[in-house]
Design a protein around this ligand. Sequence first.
Ligand SMILES: N[C@@H](CCC(=O)N[C@@H](CS)C(=O)NCC(=O)O)C(=O)O
Length: 239
Amino acid sequence: MATEKCFAKGSPVPGPVPKGQLRLYSMRFCPFAQRTRLALNAKGIKYDTININLKEKPEWFLEKNPLGLVPALETSAGEVIYESSITCEYLDEAYPEKKLLPSSPFGKAQQRMLLEHFSKVIPYFYKIPLARRTGVDVSTQEVELKEKFAKLNEHLEKKKTKFFEGDTITMIDYMMWPFFERIEVLELKHCLDHTPELKKWTEHMLEDPAVKATMFNMDTHKAFYKSVAEGKPDYDLGL
Ligand SMILES: N[C@@H](CCC(=O)N[C@@H](CS)C(=O)NCC(=O)O)C(=O)O
């Protein structure tokens, strides 16, 4: 698409995806959509993007993904794939040249189990900042988050590897990264103070080309979160 600006209610239905191409429905600051962008980027897959105004979604978007969430992928055959983990698995199977998931059933199962554990961590990235904004004491929630980080740290400590499933980056690292990219702006960085292996992992992640290509700097994240906190998310920030 020629524009990165988001499509809102009333915007025209985009035409079909040209033959052999792939389209991503996204929102520039969505951590879940970033998972898909990371997989696309790491695998070197060409795609175009339609960004969605999530406050005022175009009517046609709900026909693509009835859940109304980004990310979603659409192929030139009109197939639509949604839910970040499903889009990433789909990409790894449909574009097998550079695999991000292990080939063994157990290896795949291990990544899914880790992801399941991590899905219990994600809510803290939302509820702690929200509670803080409303003046609620977050100390208990921070203790719980630190315990969850300690488990991830333990995993890395046991494996003695740079990344979660070895010395090479794999899908699970990309699935977790977007939340850690936002850890400073969400004022949760101190929760990493006693998890040195996890902290080191974040440093290794920052060296990865796909991470570098998909990330926003701190000031941009800050400005976006400010707009969210004010109830007016600026999806087109900086465009
Ligand atoms: N479980 C979904 C979560 C995706 C998600 O929550 N996306 C947010 C943006 S970051 C969204 O589309 N929100 C729109 C809404 O809640 O209406 C996934 O993994 O893809």
